[in-house]
Design a protein around this ligand. Structure first.
Ligand code: TRP
Length: 365
C-alpha cells in the first residue's frame, strides 16, 4: 500500500508531475471549462504579503481565466494542533474579508468553510479505511507539523489530516490543485485515496468513470519573499506585513526592516538576503524587475530603498485596504457570501456522497 506514496517523491515521479502541470497550464488557456480548481487556507491569522504573492494573486488569476474555482476555509484544520484556538468565527470572517478584498469574486468562486459541509466530512470514514497509519506517519507534512509541536503527543486529527484534505479536494471532484513542491506529498495522498476507492469499492452509475478522478498538481513559481528581518516570514516572528495593516503601520514595519552596511543597493538574494528582500518587495508591488529597482536606488542606501518600498507597498495595497474596510463594515454581506458558498458546497457534497453510497452498496431505501 505504501509504495505508491513513497514513490511520489522520486525524481521520475516529480518530473512527471512537473510535465503534467505544464501541460495543464497550457490547456487552461484554451479550455478553462475543463478544470475545477480547489485550494484553501486554515483560518489561523490575518493574511499577509507572503500569502498574497505566494498564492492569493495566483488564485485570482486562475479565477479570471474562467476555471471553476473553489476556495476552502479549513476551519477544522485549525484544531489539529492547538489547544485553544480563540474565536474561529472571527478568524473565518477575517479570512473571508481578505479573500474578497484581493479580488476573489464570490460570483465566480465558491467560497465555503468545510465544517459547514457534513457530507464532505462523512467521506472521512470510507477514506480512512483506505490508508494505513504507517503511511500517514511517513507523510512529510505530518512529520513537519509534529516536529513543530515540540514533542507533544500527536492528535488523531493531526495524523489523519491528509485524509481530511483528500475529502476537501475529492468531494467536489476538483481536478487541479495549485500547490508548491513541498505540498506534493499531500496531493499524492489524495490521488492514492481516489485510486484505492476505485479499486476497493468500485463505481457508481457510470461504470466508465471512477467516482473520484485523481487530481493533478498545478505547480506555480512562487517568489521567495522573506519577512522584514530577512528570516522566513511568519506571524510569530513579527516580521510580516498584513493586508489589513494601515499605511502607517506598514511604514513602521518597513522602517525597522533589517538591512546591511553596504550603501550601494544591489539585488543578490544569496549574499545580501535582507536588502534583496526589500528590493524584491518593491519589484513585486510595482511589477518591475528587481535588478532595475536596485539600479535605480544605486548608492542611495537603505533609507532611499525603504522609502521606495514603503510607497510601493502602500500604493499597491491601497485599493485592497479600502475594499477591506468597506467589506468589514458590512458583516451581513459577508455572512451571505459564506452561506451561499456553503449551500453550493453542500449540494455538490451530497451528490458525491450519494455516489459513494451506491459504489459501496450502502443504499438500503
Ligand atoms: N493545508 C492547507 C493550509 O495549511 C489548507 C487546506 C486544507 C487545503 N484542505 C486543503 C489546501 C485542500 C488545498 C487543498 O493552509
Amino acid at each position: 500500500m505504501g509504495e505508491a506514496l513513497a514513490d511520489s517523491t522520486s525524481d521520475a515521479s516529480l518530473q512527471r508531475t512537473v510535465l503534467r502541470s505544464e501541460q495543464i497550464s497550457a490547456d487552461l488557456e484554451v479550455a478553462p471549462e475543463r478544470y475545477r480548481m480547489l485550494t484553501g487556507d486554515r483560518p489561523t491569522g490575518h493574511l499577509h504579503l507572503g500569502h498574497y504573492f505566494g498564492s492569493l494573486r495566483n488564485r485570482v488569476a486562475l479565477q479570471d481565466k474562467g476555471l471553476d474555482t473553489w476556495v476552502l476555509i479549513a476551519d477544522y484544520q485549525v484544531i489539529t494542533d492547538r489547544d485553544s484556538v480563540g474565536s474561529l468565527q472571527e478568524r473565518v470572517f477575517s479570512l473571508l474579508t481578505d479573500y474578497l478584498a484581493v479580488g476573489i469574486d464570490p460570483a465566480r468562486t465558491t467560497i465555503f468553510a468545510h465544517s459547514q459541509v457534513p457530507a464532505l466530512n462523512q467521506l472521512m470514514l470510507p477514506f480512512l479505511s483506505l490508508v494505513t497509519d504507517s503511511e500517514l506517519r511517513r507523510n512529510p507534512t505530518v512529520k513537519a507539523e509534529q516536529d513543530a509541536t515540540g514533542g507533544r503527543p500527536m492528535t488523531g486529527l493531526m495524523l489523519t489530516y491528509p485524509v481530511h484534505q483528500a475529502a476537501d479536494i475529492l468531494f467536489c471532484k476538483a481536478n487541479v490543485v495549485p500547490v508548491g513542491k513541498d505540498q506534493l506529498p499531500h496531493l499524492e495522498q489524495t490521488r492514492v485515496v481516489a485510486r484505492r476507492f476505485d479499486e476497493r469499492y468500485g463505481r457508481a452509475g457510470d461504470a466508465s468513470r471512477p467516482v473520484f478522478p485523481p487530481p493533478d498538481a498545478l505547480l506555480s513559481e512562487v517568489p521567495n519573499l522573506l519577512g522584514t528581518d530577512g528570516q522566513k516570514m511568519s506571524k510569530s516572528r513579527g516580521n510580516v506585513i498584513e493586508l489589513r495593516m494601515s499605511a502607517d503601520e506598514t511604514a513602521k514595519a518597513i522602517k525597522k526592516a533589517v538591512t546591511d552596511a553596504d550603501r550601494h543597493i544591489g539585488y543578490d538574494p544569496v549574499a545580501r538576503p535582507e536588502v534583496s528582500n526589500l528590493v524584491l518587495l518593491a519589484a513585486l508591488t510595482t511589477g518591475r524587475d528587481p535588478h532595475a529597482v536596485a539600479d535605480e536606488i544605486g548608492d542611495g542606501g537603505s533609507g532611499a530603498l525603504k522609502a521606495l518600498v514603503t510607497e510601493a507597498v502602500n500604493e499597491h495595497l491601497a485599493p485592497v485596504r479600502a475594499r477591506r474596510a468597506e467589506l468589514a463594515a458590512d458583516p451581513g454581506h459577508l455572512r451571505q457570501v459564506l452561506a451561499t458558498g456553503d449551500a453550493r458546497a453542500n449540494e455538490v457534497a451530497e451528490q458525491t456522497l450519494a455516489q459513494v453510497r451506491e459504489a459501496m452498496q450502502m443504499v438500503y431505501g
